[in-house]
Design a protein around this ligand. Structure first.
Ligand code: NDP
Length: 281
């Protein structure tokens, strides 16, 4: 008998609405893993103590969500390659008594993408230049996409991400200011919404893109996990595009995090089913 669980969880504020706990614990239960995942409401002032507490209690690792993805770095002992390029951590992993910061957001997206298309040599248009866009841009560029257009409303943020990708990855990256409705160039292979447009409760919000410029040869992905079928996904389906919803990214980053923490490859369908149950109620 062993009544001591290995501990993992999420440090964020606000954290009460973060459903990752349900998806991760569904996987722990399904695979009989003697682990727990706990949401912890952590303010910026308490982040340092929270990481110290996790060390003291022997936590195996933890996710970081808003607003700690950058601030947590100073409290960790090192960074994985993509986390160091992205400049943000969403998953800390205990290795040899050290907490190493990883970024699984972009890797989760990439796994979903690779189920449908090989990014090597592809051209991508990406809406957004925030945390999700940074992670996706870095991973897709490192995976071999040759050209990325960053389309963002705030030009400074968009240009910063464009510069980062040009400096740190082999892809050729350009910035396009988002003014009015965007026409997707005909030679585009992958279109990604990495903005927060369409996130619950703003479910009818439309990504300002000219739907006439989406063709059936394109793959259209959305990062919004709730609702999974955003306006963009529905519109892209109607145009005959291949589509990927935001649940895939969320589930896959969870699968990667659990692999880091437990060494086990968990079944993504168990996690996706739990999220679909939650989001359908
Ligand atoms: P950030 O706040 O860092 O970035 C938000 C981005 O959205 C910015 O580029 C912002 O543009 C843009 N944006 C927001 N509203 C509008 C609008 N009305 N018109 C045009 N652009 C807009 O957020 P994150 O990058 O961390 O998260 C973005 C989304 O990704 C969230 O909805 C989150 O739920 C989702 N996400 C999903 C994950 C998953 O696993 N499925 C993982 C991580 C995030 P500007 O710079 O001009 O303000």
């Amino acid at each position: 008998m062993n009544f001591l669980h290995s501990l993992t969880g999420c440090f964020a504020t606000p954290v009460a609405e973060n459903p990752t706990v349900e998806m991760v614990e569904a996987a722990y239960r399904h695979h009989g893993l003697h682990f727990r995942y706990i949401n912890c409401e952590i303010s910026p002032e308490n982040l340092a103590d929270a990481v110290l507490g996790a060390r003291a209690m022997g936590w195996i690792g933890f996710n970081c969500s808003l607003p700690h993805k950058v601030a947590v770095i100073q409290h960790l002992d090192g960074l994985g390659e993509s986390a160091s390029i992205i400049g943000a951590v969403n998953c800390a992993v205990r290795r040899d008594e050290k907490f190493i910061g990883e970024n699984t957001d972009g890797k989760g997206f990439l796994d979903s993408l690779c189920e449908k298309i090989d990014p090597t040599g592809k051209r991508m248009v990406m809406f957004g230049a925030g945390g999700a866009a940074r992670a996706i841009g870095v991973e897709v560029a490192l995976a071999g996409a040759t050209h990325i257009t960053v389309v963002n409303r705030d030009p400074q943020r968009g240009q910063e991400l464009t510069q980062l990708l040009n400096e740190k990855t082999p892809a050729e990256v350009e910035f396009s200011a988002w003014e009015g409705v965007y026409d997707v160039p005909t030679d585009t292979d992958i279109v990604v919404n990495a903005t927060s447009i369409g996130l619950f409760p703003d479910v009818d919000a439309r990504v300002p893109v000219n739907l006439e410029t989406l063709s059936a040869e394109m793959l259209v992905a959305d990062v919004i996990p709730n609702p999974p079928r955003t306006r963009l996904i529905k519109d892209a389906d109607a145009r005959g595009c291949t589509t990927i919803d935001g649940l895939g990214m969320l589930v896959n980053q969870g699968v990667i995090g659990i692999k880091y923490w437990t060494g086990v490859d968990v079944d993504p369908s168990v996690m996706r089913n739990r999220l679909e149950e939650l989001f359908s109620t």
